[in-house]
Design a protein around this ligand. Structure first.
Ligand code: EPU
Length: 486
C-alpha cells in the first residue's frame, strides 16, 4: 500500500528529475571547464600559446622524428635526485609539461635545477628544505608524481606534505597501495582537505610488502623509500616495467643495493646515504608506439629515432599482426603501412611484459581502418575508452562495454572493473570538432583527425604536451596539413 502523503505527484517527480538533470549538466560543465584549465596550464608550461589545432586530414605522415627520455622515467628520476647528498645529472630529458611540474615542486623544496645543453638537467639537492603548504597546493591537481615525494622527503626532512593529485582522468586512480606501503615503513599519515601530511617519528624501517596488484607507482614508492630505510625490504608482486628497471639502475648508481628476483620480487638493503647520479633516461616507448600507430592509421612511413626494440617487443608483435611493417635499425625503428588491408586483433592490456594500457588508445585509431572486428579488453584502468566518443563522432564504429566482455581465449585474469571496446572497420573517418579528454586519448584524436577526410578542430591540446614533446613541430616535420596559430 502506498502512502499518498509520501508519494511524489507528477509535478514533484518532474521537478526532481529536472533538478537531477541540472546537477548532471553542472557536473559535466565543471569537468569540461576543469579539463580546459588543465590544458591551458599544461600547454603554457612548455610555451604553447594556443589550445587548438585545425587539421586537414587524409595525408600520410612520412619522415623522421626523434623521441627522447620517457615521461614515466624522467619525472621519477628527478624525484630520486632528492635522495642524493651530491648533485645528479639527468640526460635525455624531454621538454614536456609533466617534467616542468616536477621541476617546480623540486624547486619549491630547495632543489637547485640548472640546465646544461637542451636536454641535460643538473639537480642539486644540497639545500633541501620544507616548502610552504600554500605553494605546494598551487601544484595540486597538476600531476600524479607528487605522491612519489613522500619517501624522499621523509628521509631528508622528517616530514612531507603532498597536494591532491592530478593526472589523466582515466579511472579512480587511488593511492591506497602507496599509503599502506608507507605505513609499513613507519610513516604516520594524516589526510587533510587539501592533501596528505606525513611524518616519521621513529624513522623509516625496511618492511615486507606485497602489493595487491603490480602497480608502477607503488613499486616506485617502495623503491624510493626503501633505499634509505633502515634494514631490508622485500617487495612482492612488484611492477617490472622497463622504466622501473631504469629507475633501479639510477638508484644503484647512487649507491643503493637492490636485486631483482624472479616472480616480481625485489629486495632492497637500506644504506646510510646515497650520492648523486649521472644517467641518460630510457627512451619513451609510449611516444614511439603512438607515432607508429599514426604511421599505420594514415598509411604513412615514420622513422622514430631513439626507439629501441626490446622495450617495444610486445607492441611490435601486435603492430605486425595488424599488418604494419617495421625495421629495427641502429638508432631507431622505422614503422610503415606496407599497403594492402589491415587485419583486426584482440588485445588484453596488461602490466609489463604485456600490452601496455598506454598503447591501446593510439592503436584503436589504426584498428578503425582494419577489415573486420577488433576487441580491446582494458584490464588496467576502469575508464580508458572515453576518447572513443570523438572517434565515433568522426565515423568510427566502436562499441564500448563498460563492464567488459567474456572471452574464453583470454590470457590476462579478468579484473573486476575492466572495460572492453569492439571496433569494426574499415570506417571512412570524417573531420569533426573534438576536445582532448586525456593524454593518450588526445594523441589518438590527433591521429584520427590526420586520418579523416576533411577538417577537424582539436582543442585542449595542452593536455597532449604533458607527455609528447614538441608534437606540433613533429607533425610539421612529418608533412601534416594543419593550422596552429601561435
Ligand atoms: N592502483 C590502486 N591503488 C594504488 C595504485 C594503483 O588501486 O594505490 C591501481 C590503479 O587504479 C590501476 C592499477 O593499479 O588500476 C595500475 O596503476 P599503476 O599504479 O600501475 O599506475 P600509475 O603508476 O598511476 C603509471 C603511468 C601510467 C601508466 C601506468 C601503467 C606514470 C606517471 N604513469 O601510472 O601512464 O598507464 O603506470 O603502466 O608513470 C600515461 O603515461 O599516459 C599514463 C597514464
Amino acid at each position: 500500500m502506498t502512502n499518498a502523503a509520501n508519494t511524489p505527484g507528477a509535478d514533484e517527480t518532474a521537478l526532481a528529475t529536472s533538478a537531477a538533470d541540472d546537477a548532471v549538466d553542472a557536473a559535466a560543465a565543471a569537468l569540461a571547464q576543469g579539463l580546459k584549465d588543465d590544458a591551458k596550464h599544461a600547454g603554457a608550461r612548455v610555451g604553447l600559446t594556443s589550445d587548438e589545432i585545425i587539421i586537414h586530414g587524409g595525408r600520410p605522415l612520412t619522415g623522421r622524428i626523434e623521441v627522447r627520455g620517457a615521461k614515466n622515467l624522467a619525472t621519477k628520476a628527478m624525484v630520486a635526485a632528492l635522495l642524493g647528498k651530491t648533485p645528479s645529472v639527468l640526460r635525455n630529458v624531454p621538454n614536456i609539461s609533466d617534467v616542468r611540474v616536477v621541476a617546480g615542486l623540486l624547486a619549491l623544496h630547495g632543489v637547485l635545477i640548472t640546465r646544461g645543453t637542451d636536454d641535460e638537467w643538473r639537480l642539486d639537492p644540497s639545500n633541501v628544505e620544507v616548502a610552504h603548504k600554500a605553494d605546494i597546493d598551487a601544484h595540486a591537481g597538476s600531476s600524479r608524481i607528487p605522491i612519489l615525494f613522500c619517501g624522499p622527503l621523509l628521509h631528508r626532512l622528517g616530514e612531507a606534505f603532498i597536494p591532491d593529485l592530478g593526472g589523466c582522468r582515466i579511472g579512480d586512480r587511488p593511492i591506497d597501495f602507496h599509503l599502506d606501503a608507507l605505513r609499513q615503513f613507519g610513516a604516520v599519515i594524516e589526510k587533510l582537505p587539501s592533501g596528505i601530511s606525513l611524518t616519521a617519528p621513529n624513522g623509516l624501517r625496511g618492511a615486507a610488502i606485497e602489493l595487491p596488484y603490480p602497480s608502477v607507482g607503488a613499486t616506485e614508492q617502495v623503491l624510493l623509500t626503501a633505499v634509505l630505510a633502515e634494514g631490508e625490504t622485500e617487495l612482492r608482486n612488484a611492477a617490472i616495467e622497463p622504466e622501473i628497471v631504469d629507475l633501479i639502475c639510477i638508484l644503484q648508481k647512487m649507491g643503493a643495493i637492490i636485486s631483482m628476483e624472479p616472480n616480481r620480487v625485489i629486495f632492497i638493503e637500506g644504506v646510510k646515504e646515497l650520492r648523486g647520479y649521472d644517467h641518460r633516461a630510457i627512451f619513451d616507448r609510449n611516444e614511439a608506439a603512438s607515432w607508429a600507430a599514426a604511421a599505420l592509421a594514415t598509411k604513412g612511413d615514420i622513422y622514430v629515432g631513439g626507439a629501441e626494440q626490446e622495450e617495444m617487443m610486445t607492441f611490435l608483435n601486435v603492430f605486425r599482426k595488424v599488418g604494419g611493417d617495421f625495421d629495427v635499425r641502429e638508432d631507431g625503428i622505422r614503422f610503415w603501412h606496407p599497403g594492402g588491408t589491415l587485419k583486426p586483433v584482440t588485445i588484453e592490456t596488461d602490466v609489463h611484459p604485456g600490452f601496455m594500457t598506454d598503447w591501446q588508445q593510439p592503436l584503436v585509431v589504426a584498428l578503425t581502418q582494419a577489415q573486420g572486428t577488433s576487441t580491446i579488453h582494458e584490464t588496467v584502468y576502469e575508464n580508458r575508452f572515453g576518447f572513443t566518443d570523438a572517434l565515433v563522432q568522426m565515423g568510427a564504429d566502436i562499441v564500448v562495454h563498460p563492464s567488459g566482455l567474456a572471452d574464453e581465449n583470454r590470457r590476462v585474469k579478468r579484473r573486476e572493473f575492466e572495460q572492453a571496446a569492439v571496433i569494426t572497420g574499415p570506417s571512412s573517418l570524417h573531420g569533426a570538432d573534438v576536445e582532448v579528454p586525456d593524454l593518450r586519448g588526445g594523441f589518438s584524436h590527433l591521429i584520427a583527425a590526420l586520418t579523416a577526410e576533411g577538417t577537424s578542430r582539436v582543442s585542449n591540446i595542452g593536455i597532449i604536451s604533458r607527455g609528447y614533446e614538441n608534437f606540433i613541430e613533429k607533425l610539421r616535420l612529418l608533412g601534416a596539413d594543419f593550422i596552429y596559430e601561435s
